[in-house]
Design a protein. Sequence first.
Lengths: 249, 320
Amino acid sequence: MNESLRNIWTILKRELNGYFASPVAYVFIVIFLLLNGFFTFMLGGFFELGEASLSRPFFNWHPWLYLFLVPAAGMRLWAEERRVGTLELLLTMPVTAAQAIIGKFLACWAFLALALALTFPVVGSVYYLGHPDGGAIFAGYVGSLLLAGSYLAVTVATSAITRNQVISFILSVVICFFLILAGWEPVTSLLVRWAPAGLVELVTGFSVMPHFASFQRGVIDFRDLLFFASVIVFSLFGTSVILRGLRGA
Amino acid sequence: MIDVENLIKEFGPKRAVNGVSFTIRRGEILGFLGPNGAGKSTTMRMITGFFPPTSGRVRIGGHDMAEEPIAAKKLIGYLPESAPCYSDMTVNGFLRFTAELRGMRGAQIDAAVAKVAGLCFLEGVLHQSVDTLSKGYRHRTCFAQSILHDPEVLVLDEPTDGLDPNQKHEVRQIIKRMGQTKAIIFSTHILEEVEACCSRAIIIDRGTVVANGTPAELKARAETAGSVHLRVRNVAAETLKSKLGSLPVAGRVSLQDNPDGSLSARVFPRDKSTRADLSLSVAQTATQSGWSFDELHTEEGRLDDVFRAITLPDSVKTRE
């Protein structure tokens, strides 16, 4: 393994251990699974719909579920480091800021992926009850993971802005909320009435919703992958700019 | 090993460090002194690459901190001022984490952690979580982290702050021992510490270096340095003053009554060249005149006098 991968791995490991060293991880996973079940079976009307698909009853809720849960999982990543002062320790180690950012991001993303993977009983149910399209479910999971990654990248950036986790949480919820609303149908249909087509397109272009929707339909499109990848890369790059800025460069 | 050239750091309109330059060679221990807010920590943060300087250059073992930060940082062990540790880890986990970041592997890590745990008296708490530790232990944990990889350069921001006298002594011993083969810079408020272990000291005030020399050289800058102190009994003040004042090597003489009835005289040399002969002349005068005296010594000067004289703001000086 080369040196930068090793550094990323070391930081990732520490961060992931940090989640499981406290009850935070377990509380988070339990809440995530409870909410998922509640939305799918109660609000989503999984049984009433009568179709062997996870798109509407399950994945439909993820942009809203993640809106609060992902910032909650990621808010401490840098804010805590700044509050305690370990930021100084970490950044004076022979480690680049980029390695630290990526390590932390991947750790939290892996944790979210674990939580998401634990929703497997839903998949089991749908297979037990009918004959779903396996490809569509797989695409849905990929889209859901990318969605979580995008929110998380935004949260990583906002947690670098402040040493206060609450501020970091609120900021990232607001930004992620914008990422939803900009392309959420009720909002866009309102916008179409008065705004020029170009503006509507520009605003919806920022939204995660149309991109997530195509994953939900079972389509893995390169453009959608590119969209999520660019949100992640842009936010993480923003984080490195923020970190450099607060060291007074 | 450490080359600092004309460092300047500005935070907005405020200039925290203003043109600091110095060099520390292998085998040197530099004490970094200055009042609070003088720019000590900011300078150390630039040396360790945490703050990029507004202008100026830092080189560690020939590696420019701005151009080859990783190569430079590998040579440094750093103890930040607040001695931060990851509070959700055990001491052992924390030390292993830093060892891995320092590029150590497997058995190397085990050996290094065992060694510093012994040096810093951490064996008893190795498997305790950092946030359950007392301040002294946390501090030593962070100190252990800084010497874990046996670095060529040690940058320690107030390494003995918050330790009890025994721990202070231990940390000083470690610093002294490591100082024989490494380049060390540490900041402190404790002036005896500088005398006890530094080969050189720098005093910094309001962002600039105001003194740079060995502890002895700095002490010699004290006002009282080189003066001779004589304590006598049953001698009239007038005689004492006139006799001592008429010595060819003596300058000003000041007298002071002590509570026990004895009389103290402080004789300043006329100029630097007469310093060496002064104590002998005073001693001869005293014996020839038949004075009974119970104390005679040459003042070395005190580091805190020098420190105060150099770093007190002018407004305070005039008030005194």
